[in-house]
Design a protein around this ligand. Structure first.
Ligand SMILES: Cc1cc2nc3c(=O)[nH]c(=O)nc-3n(C[C@H](O)[C@H](O)[C@H](O)COP(=O)(O)OP(=O)(O)OC[C@H]3O[C@@H](n4cnc5c(N)ncnc54)[C@H](O)[C@@H]3O)c2cc1C
Length: 318
């Protein structure tokens, strides 16, 4: 049976078997497998090549690579995909609509007609919505210790959060900062026990348990302090920087209405990568799968490319 795709009248972009939206480990792995399966494809990656993994100081839990800077691991994945024949372009997907039996994928500069789609757009850091957070963003408020740690050599920093990301990045910052306070709303860290213990043993680190960030304060130069709600009341801490690791928000805006999302806004999947719409697959942190790691994103990406390949093969044969 021929795949029915009406002509795209926008006059731009390409007609491909598969569009992969994203540029992190899920997309890089999907691109590697798509290239090896001989699928005509294009990877549309937006502002952050390598995804969150590329912004991670050190990755110690990717099997086969004991300890590696995130940017290096992402770079290796990208080179491997490119060597296999993967095609990348820097474009941000703005919307996707069904087109015949395929899809019209629009970006800010082009549109692409695709028979199948893999959504691998990951997640962006969540905000707390407290006063000063937006005002001092880039002037002391940061979501990326790997990017900004060098600015805090010999200075004081506050890290907010208690999961793997918060603790790992706090440990990275503790190597440069003169003092670090981790603010956590619970009385135990959620992070992997080995990481948590390293933070508890860190001589220049302190944890404020059962405490929440209420405001970021500052002056024309940037951040000068934070207001905390602690078990003993409101407290002001002087600090030069605030790093926020309070969760992530799935980047699913362009896919609303195309596929079913869960209450968090993540793409609802079954059989790991299948979405509610045939021919559309999802991989990595953008999904409702729960465990969000580089290894699971890479695994999802491979599965999604395989699923797209099988879907197209079935249609060719029937
Ligand atoms: C601070 C921190 C530390 C971490 N440490 C570890 C660790 O040690 N080990 C580990 O296994 N995991 C770690 N993680 C988690 C890991 O980074 C993620 O699970 C992984 O990067 C998810 O990959 P992904 O490809 O699904 O999404 P992402 O890495 O988020 O990549 C998504 C990509 O999609 C792009 N994109 C978004 N919207 C669009 C759009 N509309 N159009 C086109 N492209 C778009 C983004 O620019 C980005 O490149 C860490 C995460 C953080 C935040």
């Amino acid at each position: 049976m021929e795949f029915h795709l009406p002509p795209d009248n926008s006059g731009t972009g390409s007609v491909v078997d598969l569009v992969i939206a994203g540029g992190g480990p899920a997309a890089l792995s999907a691109a590697l497998y798509a290239a090896r399966y001989g699928l005509g494809h294009i990877v549309l990656e937006s502002w952050q090549p390598g995804g969150q993994a590329a912004l991670t100081a050190l990755i110690e839990n990717y099997p086969g690579v004991p300890s590696v800077p995130g940017a290096k691991l992402s770079g290796i994945m990208r080179s491997q995909a490119l060597e296999a024949g993967a095609r990348f372009t820097t474009e941000t997907v703005s919307s996707v609509e069904p087109l015949g039996e395929g899809f019209l994928v629009r970006t800010e500069s082009a549109s692409h007609t695709a028979k199948t789609l893999i959504i691998a757009t990951g997640a962006a850091p969540a905000k707390l919505g407290v006063p000063g957070e937006d005002r001092y963003y880039g002037r002391g408020v940061s979501f990326c210790a790997t990017c900004d740690a060098p600015f805090y050599r010999g200075r004081r920093v506050v890290v907010v959060g208690g999961g793997d990301s918060a603790v790992k990045e706090a440990l990275h910052l503790s190597g440069v900062a003169s003092g670090l306070v981790l603010v956590h709303r619970r009385d135990t860290l959620r992070a992997e026990p080995r990481l948590a213990q390293r933070l508890l043993d860190c001589p220049t680190c302190e944890v404020r348990w059962n405490s929440t960030l209420k405001a970021v304060t500052g002056d024309e130069q940037g951040v000068t302090g934070v207001d905390l709600e602690t078990p003993s009341g409101l407290e002001h801490l002087d600090t030069d920087g605030v790093f926020l690791y309070v969760g992530t928000k799935p980047a699913t805006g362009p896919f609303r209405g195309l596929v079913e999302l869960d209450a968090r806004g993540a793409v609802l999947t079954r059989n790991i990568v299948e979405t509610s719409r045939p021919g559309v697959y999802a991989a990595g942190d953008v999904t409702s799968n729960g465990f969000r790691q580089v290894v699971t994103a890479a695994s999802d990406g491979a599965r999604a490319a395989w699923a797209a390949f099988e879907y197209l093969e079935d249609r060719r044969q029937n």
